[in-house]
Structure formats: C-alpha cells, structure tokens
Design a protein around this ligand. Sequence first.
Ligand code: C2E
Ligand code: SIN
Ligand code: SIN
Ligand code: FE
Ligand code: FE
Length: 679
Amino acid sequence: MEAIIRGVRGSIANPAPDTAFYGGNTACVELRADSGALLFFDAGTGLREAGDNLPGRGECHIFISHGHADHIMGLWFFKPIHSPDWIIHLHLPDWLAHLPDHFHEAGFFPVPFTMLGGSVLRYPVRSGETVSIGEGRGKVSVEAFSVRHPGGGLGYKVRADNALFVYSGDHEIDGTAEARAEAESFLRGADIAVVDAMYGREDYAPGWGHSAWEDWVEAAARAGTRNLALSHHEPRRSDRELDALDYRLRSIVSGQLNVYAAREGMRFAPSGLVPFTRFGSDWLLLFLEEIARYRDINAVLDRILAKAREITHADAGTIFLAEDGDLVFAYTHNDSLFPVDNAYKYAYATVRMPISKQSIAGYVALAKDSLNLADVRRLPPEAPYGFNSGFDESTGYRTVSMLTLPFFDKAGQVSGILQLINSLDPRSGKPCPFTASMEFNARLLAREVSSALEHSVLERKGIYGILRMAEVHDPYETGPHAERVGSIAAELYQRWAEKQRGTPDRERIRYEKNRIRLAAMLHDIGKVGISDLILKKPGKLTDKEFSVMRGHAEIGASILAGDASDLSGLSRDIALHHHQKWNGRGYPAVEGKTPEGEAIPLGARITAIADVFDALVSQRCYKNPWSFADALDLLRKEAGEHFDPVLAECMLELRDMLPLIYERFPDTPQREDSEGAET
Ligand code: C2E
Ligand code: SIN
Ligand code: SIN
Ligand code: FE
Ligand code: FE
C-alpha cells in the first residue's frame, strides 16, 4: 500500500508564499492498495489536486471523518464527481448522511450534489463498523472508530497488503489518561498513521478538538507505530516553523518509529517515506538518485554545487562545512575564473572562518535561514554582516548577487552553508539578483540533499576511524597521509581518464574518481598488523624486518576482502598491489609471480605513484622529507621502471595542484586530532 498526503492544513486552506513548501490545502490523504483499490480519507481541498491527476474512468472510496468544512470542501471540485465514467463510494458518518444536500440548500454551492454528473453512492458509517472492499488476497478492510472531537468524528483503520494504515481525522488527546490510552490503542501496530497535530503543547487550546504533536509522538512510541505523519497543521504555521518542527522530529529515535511533519505530496510505504518532490518536474528526485551512487564527500559536494548552480544560473558557488564551531571551505566552482578543466585548483583551497555574524556565511549559519542579496556592495545599513571583498580583490572577480543558505543535519543543527554567486542573465550574461523561485528551488535542494551530505561526512569519518586504528602504530602516516594519497590518486585517475581515446564519459569518470579516492585512502591499512618494533624503527630495516614489513600488502587485502560495498574489489586490489612495479620487481608475489605492466590493476598503479610521492616529501621515522622537485625527479627517472610511464607523465602535469593538496592536509598533530569532517 501507499499513502499520499494531499492536504495538510486544518480549519482553512492557506496557500501562501511561506506555506508553499508544506502545502496550503486542507485535510485529505489518498491510499492506494496493491490491488489497485483507491481510497481517500477526508475530502478537504487537497482532494481536488488528487482528482486532477486521476485517469478518465475508475472507482474510488471516500471516507469522511466529520462534517467540518475543512474536511469536505474538496468534494465539489473532485474531477471524478463530475464524470459519468467514475463510480464514487462516499462513506459518511451516519449522522451526516444528508450533509452534501444541505450544502446546496444553504446556498453554499449552486448545483445540487445529485446533479453533478458523477455516480456517487452514499453509505452511512458507524463507529465499530468495518467496510470491506474487494476480496481474497487483495481485500481492503476499513474499520471506523469514534474519536474525541466536539460534535463527534470518526477515525479509520485500514488493513490491506499485510499492513495497517490509521487515519485519525480531528482528534483531541486532552491530557487525561483515558484519552492517551485511546490514542495508543488507535496507533497500535500501525505501519503508517496520519493524525491531527494542529498544535504543540505550547499552543495547545483545550476543548478545540485538536491535539498537540507531543501527545501523538508519545502514544506512537508506546504503540509500536512505524511511520507517524503529523498533519492538520495550524493554517498559519509557516514553512520555517514546520521545518523547525520536522528537524526536531527527525531526531526522535524510539524503536522503529519515524515521525514527520506532513507535507503535501509526501508518500509513505509501510516501510517508510518514499523519496518524492512536489514541485516542477522530477529534477530533484533524479538528482537524489544520482548522488546516492556517490560515497565520497568530494564527489557529493561537487554534484550538489553543480546542480545548485544549474537551477539558479549561478556563475560561481562554494560549499562550507561546519566543523568545531568553524566554517571550513569545502568545495568551490567558478566558471569565470576557472574553466572546468582548471577547477581542481580551488577544489583544494583552504579557508577556515569562525561562525560569527560578521561574515555572510556565518550570519546565515546563526540565523538558520537563507539570505538573498541583490548586491553585496549595497547591504542594508543595519545588517550585522559585511561582504568580505578579499577574494574579489585578489582575483579580479566581481561578486554582485549572492544567495546563501544553510544545510541542516538530522538534529536540526547547521551542517554546512551553500553560497551561490552572480546569477547570470541567460541573454546578456550579466549578473542579476537571484529570483524568489530560484531561492525556493535552492532551498528545496539544500533541504533534500542534507541526508546524502550527512552520509558522506559519516562515511569519511568511518574511514578516519579505521585509519586511526592503524594510527595507533604509526601516528605520522594516517589521516592526512591517507587524504593526500587519496586526493593525488583521484586527480591522477581523472587526468588519465580524460586522456583516453574517445569522448570522455564524465559521469563514469566522476564515479570512478569517487571510488578511487576512498579506496586509495585505505592502501596501507595492513600496517595495522605489523609490529611497532619494525614500523617505528628509526633506521634502516634489515632484510628480515623488511620481509615482515612487506606483509602489510597481503594483510591489507585480507582485511578489505570482507568489505561487501562497491569499493571492495578496488580497495582490495589497491592494498594488495600498491607496491608492485611496472617492471615486475615489486611485491607481493601472487601464485609465485609478481605482475608487471598493465597486468597490475590500474588503481594500484595510480596509488603506487601517489604513495611513493607522499612518502618522499613527508617526514618518516626513517627519513627526512624531500623537496617536491626531487620527488618529481625520482618519478621521472623511475617512469617505465617502478611506475607506469603514462601515469608518471600525468603526475608531472599535476605539478601546480600538489602544493594545494599539501596545504589542505598538512602533517600537523592538530590536524590528526581533529575529527575527520575535513575533506
Ligand atoms: P612508506 O614509508 O609509506 O613508503 C612507501 C614507499 O615509498 C616505499 O615502499 C618506497 O617505494 C618509497 N620510498 C619511501 N622512502 C623512500 C626513499 O627514501 N627513497 C626511495 N627511493 N623510495 C622511498 P617500500 O620500500 O616497499 O616500503 C614500504 C614500507 O616499509 C614503507 O612505507 C615504510 O613503512 C616501511 N619502510 C621501508 N623502508 C624502511 C626503513 O628503512 N625503515 C623503516 N623503519 N621503515 C621502512
Ligand atoms: C572530486 O572527486 O574531487 C570531485 C568530482 C569531480 O571533480 O568530478
Ligand atoms: C521555504 O521554506 O520557503 C521553502 C523551502 C524550505 O523549506 O527550505
Ligand atoms: Fe478539521
Ligand atoms: Fe604500503
């Protein structure tokens, strides 16, 4: 079964600029059973939109909870009700059997209900009664129960497809033990429940017939409910207020319970929320599918920024991630300053600023709201923030319009900032202000990608955790070393891939780049199995010690062989073969032989270069750092011997970027102590 939220407001519809995201229609939920049976619960104004999306003929059931206008207004505007090719079964609480006729008699609607053209069959429903639709395996049964509401009201429990859906129209949990027990019993075992949470405890109005959301959450937690959608929002609740509520709800963890602030267009399967978007086309859904494939944070940031710029025509943009009270410059694009193939230069830029009201990004992080500036040089005099023109001055770029918005994590904390610069007029190419709809779409994007962003940050933290385990042995070599080897390997791969014959498949390159970075970071994980006496020996290793040391390649491969993710083959290949040489004189031997040339997996040939370069220019317990020039000289000399000559050439071409990577991931103790969110 699938439940679709069609109307989320109580009392009166309120379609307004600050309610558009959650929706302004009054109460209606659509339920589709696997058998194809189509049911609606309440007929508020949300029913109209649902009707517009239905085919020209069909059959459906509408269950009404009570007769207040916000629960029935949509009936007259439901397309099928005007169509002779539809059969509509209208289930009305028994005391309301004549309600639609009164509407006409009282002059609320010009045409009598019976003359609208559709085939409407009316049925009275009483509390305790069960209506059955269909039979056999596809049978849907709808049980009515009475709810606490002045003037009466019915709720409904629907059993179909081995799942339970509960709709509790207007319903007041008034704080008595009895009311709480009732709510719990309605919700018991529900896979999907949609309830009236017009208020929170702070604005709860006793006797008005509606509940505070906290009471539903408590009842649902006790009742083993899986998905609870709080609906029937107070009509004035703005998107911002509902967002704040939703963020709070998402951090509630109780058994299998997930709680959401209902939003029009939201779809629930018994297993949980189905990804969806209400606005425009499917661009956002398609985009969410696309980024779900990436695990590496750099790739995720790159895609988010590209999409944000596409939908706002922004010439440039930056993403900052929040880290220990600072905003850390994480990723940037700028078409005017760096055309695509030069973009890497700023992919590794290092900027860290405190979260404070003085900067625009800091202000947005504190205000937790977007800021749309038409011209950064004409700020309102009372604005606490100021435009930092340092970047413009050092590059000659001219920032005019700027749209800045926050990303939130599950706990509702600001996890990052998206800053878009200079929306370009498609005709003149001149910067102009970001429009309200661009702002809206960008907010939508920032909101919907926040969990993908959070996942990729956690993924990176997980890798840092694994590395830290190895770091117990070799504190010099892990976090930043792994980041640098990962970054060099990723950029080498991109360089190499773009040189291959034919048109480059950018999406594939991006995906492989994302895997290579993560897999290369793990290349030396096998050092965890090598004794400190060898690993930390200040001088040269004896032959015997070195033969133990070589074992790290196989140990690493055996650790990573158990990884079932999409990295597994690659990370294992890299750990096993990163000390192979192009001329066949590397290690370890596999079935008595060491591979050479292209028999060595590409990822391992790439990582060999990145790893040796980093070992040469870094401090080790057994050696002092070399200069970049000396290290590159060695690579040049060893091209065709130790290293794949084509890849060695690619490495020389990355010369300008290398210092940026070292600045970004330096070998300092603070860096190693700080958590792994840096990217
Ligand atoms: P590592 O320190 O990460 O070094 C990785 C690779 O960089 C080395 O692989 C080697 O190919 C290259 N490399 C590092 N330092 C130099 C250098 O000074 N000159 C040249 N030409 N190449 C260098 P390799 O040799 O298979 O060593 C694997 C690991 O064994 C090293 O990883 C390190 O952890 C350890 N190791 C190697 N030699 C010594 C040593 O003399 N003393 C100690 N304590 N450990 C060593
Ligand atoms: C990255 O992995 O650095 C971003 C992805 C890309 O450059 O395509
Ligand atoms: C809005 O709040 O105006 C729409 C998008 C959002 O919820 O962030
Ligand atoms: Fe209502
Ligand atoms: Fe190694």
